[in-house]
Design a protein around this ligand. Sequence first.
Ligand code: ADP
Ligand code: MG
Length: 382
Amino acid sequence: MRKNLRAFFEQTFSCAPLFVARAPGRIEFVGNHTDYNGGQVLGAAINRHVWVALAPRRDGRRRLVSAAGGDVVTLPNGGEKKQRGEKSWANYPLGVLVALRAFGRRVPAGFDLAVMSDLPAGAGLSSSAALEVASALVFLAAVGEWDVPPEAVAEIARHAENNFVGVPCGLLDQAVSCLGRRGRLVLVDCAGPRFSTVPLPAGARFWIFNTHAKHALVEGLYAARHRECRSAARALGGPLLAAVTPAILAANRDKLSLLLFRRASHVVGEVARVNATITALQVGNLATAGKWLSASHRSSKRLFENSTTELDFLAARLARTPHVFGARLTGGGFGGAVLALASPKFSAAQARAVVAAYGNKFGTAPDVLRLRAAGGAALVRD
Ligand code: ADP
Ligand code: MG
């Protein structure tokens, strides 16, 4: 990938990049929509990355290109003019520049920047955060900031997504991309935020089934859930739902509409499931951890209503397949991918059988990715 990116950069800009960074995508292991509710969430960085290469320019011009397609986006006089239509992908790196300044950091005035990736976009594997984080690392390197703590890079990247791109995501995606550790899950406690890692038992394997089916209104739906959670928390007397215990929720049921009660039940339940999953992993019990993952999916389906028919089919089918411990939608939902936590005995032939069954029902085939828990984002030396 590094060589291909270099060649693509040179072909586009007729010069060599000076700084290259790569940032991993992530899976949300368990803890669905808990992050912006101030709760805990377990994720893992994965061995699929967005790569960003940059060369500073003296004339203040900014040019951005992606190997995923589209023309070069040019800002002749610098600045961070918000892009629309097929150029809107450039808002992720441009948003990072705005965020860096908001955090009191310097940014390079002019630059050429190229992106290349083996991480599917829009699959719930957080290519947006990976693009932000890798961009932040090359921008910081270009002003001589080589060792900004990963926690700070995560905050900057999230600021870009929240305030410039306009997606009210929590800290999970960026934190896991920055803090991933090989063979480990990252636990993000968004109340702090505090970060730690949890070792994955040796017999854990990740399989991702990406449906490519995505609800057309996904951004609006995500924002609507965000609002519903805030309203439920306010009605229960607190700013954030994650602080609500199951007992408080049960005692205050009459303060919530049925809809808000269901949303709150999902978040409160997810917080408990994250803790129960950690306990199971600490004693190496993947079967129990998998049950919590499948329970998380059912809660998404019934209570939070952020699943789809396609995701429900895959999660249910996988959960009853031998050698699969559990399965759930991963990421924001309303489309995207299902994660299966499986044993090493789960085979490619079994995965193909699931794909075939899906094809019979929906007429399309999900992509299958076999992933492992990988390390976090880093500058790459040439
Ligand atoms: P996810 O983060 O789950 O992949 P999002 O909708 O949040 O889904 O982010 C996907 C968006 O990120 C794409 O529509 C595109 O704008 C941007 N993006 C991701 N990967 C790339 C890439 N390789 N090149 C250009 N833009 C990318
Ligand atoms: Mg995203």
